[in-house]
Design a protein around this ligand. Structure first.
Ligand code: NAD
Length: 255
């Protein structure tokens, strides 16, 4: 499709399903040298073939690495696997979970798990990638998956929005910390994207129709449209872009 990611080794977490899967396949389509697909489980939650199968069909080197991003040792092992391909150039910390909660009613267990995956997992992924990029003396791009819920508040998902707001500030802070090493860090803030997460999360699925009606483009986003944004942030086409939260939301937050 293009050679925007030519010679780049890309890691995508949460890449068995949904947005992560689309990002991994987009990276392969846009000429990545190798794509490491990582998730807690290999099969897509929505059904179908493993992401690596799709990437192999495109003739791009790939490997599945099982990792729970909330476990630092798992993430370190994932990034070490990129060494076999010459080291990571683009880390996409996409893995994330959601839970409906109205603030007053979040269980301690679901709150801790949400923060462990969305905040700890995202930071562990970024830090492990940055460590390897620095050791290899390589410039790099790290893309963190935020959400529109990390830019504006949402009473329906207090813990989730709090975690994603943290991801936006994490991207800005890491951009400052890693800029002198030529490592760019940006967040992507998707609007309402048609994935398993959206269709199955209690309360959120029902809210999606309301979001669709409020979205200037009057439709849900496709996972591939997040893939396109991530390819741009991962590529040298965005070489002077760091510390932003790129809204890919059909205009939802503009109105
Ligand atoms: P999804 O549920 O379809 O896919 C998420 C993937 O992450 C799954 O394959 C799951 O197994 C994996 N995962 C979950 N916990 C993990 C862990 N601890 N370690 C590794 N992998 C783990 O969800 P999605 O809609 O594709 O969401 C992907 C990202 O995009 C998330 O960070 C989500 O918050 C964000 N997002 C989604 C939307 C949307 O509308 N779908 C909107 C804004 C942001």
């Amino acid at each position: 499709m293009s050679n925007l990611l030519q010679d780049k080794v890309v890691i995508v977490t949460g890449a068995a399903s949904g947005i992560g899967r689309a990002i991994a396949i987009s990276a392969a389509r846009h000429g990545a040298k190798a794509v490491l697909v990582s998730d807690i489980a290999e099969l897509p939650r929505e059904g179908g073939t493993p992401t690596t199968r799709e990437i192999e069909a495109l003739g791009v080197a790939t490997r599945f690495v099982q990792a729970d991003v909330s476990r630092k040792a798992d993430v370190d092992r994932l990034v070490e696997a990129a060494a076999a391909f010459g080291g990571v150039d683009v880390m996409v910390a996409n893995a994330g979970i959601t839970a409906r909660d109205d603030g007053a009613d979040v269980s301690e267990e679901s709150y801790r798990r949400l923060m462990a995956v969305n905040l700890d997992g995202t930071l562990f992924s970024a830090q492990a990638a940055a460590r390897q990029m620095k050791a290899n003396g390589k410039a790099g791009s790290i893309v963190l998956m935020a959400s529109m819920g990390g830019i504006v508040g949402a009473g329906m998902t207090v813990a989730y929005s709090t975690s994603k707001g943290g991801v936006v500030l994490m991207a800005k802070s890491l951009a400052d910390a890693l800029g002198p090493d030529a490592i760019r860090v940006n967040a992507v803030a998707p609007g309402t994207i048609d994935t398993h997460l959206l269709r199955t999360a209690a309360g959120i699925a029902e809210a999606a129709e309301g979001f669709r009606q409020r979205t200037p483009l009057r439709r849900l986003g496709k996972p591939e449209e997040i893939g396109d944004a991530v390819v741009w942030l991962g590529s040298d086409m965005s070489s002077y872009v760091t510390g932003i939260a790129l809204q890919v939301d059909g205009g939802l937050l503009a109105v």
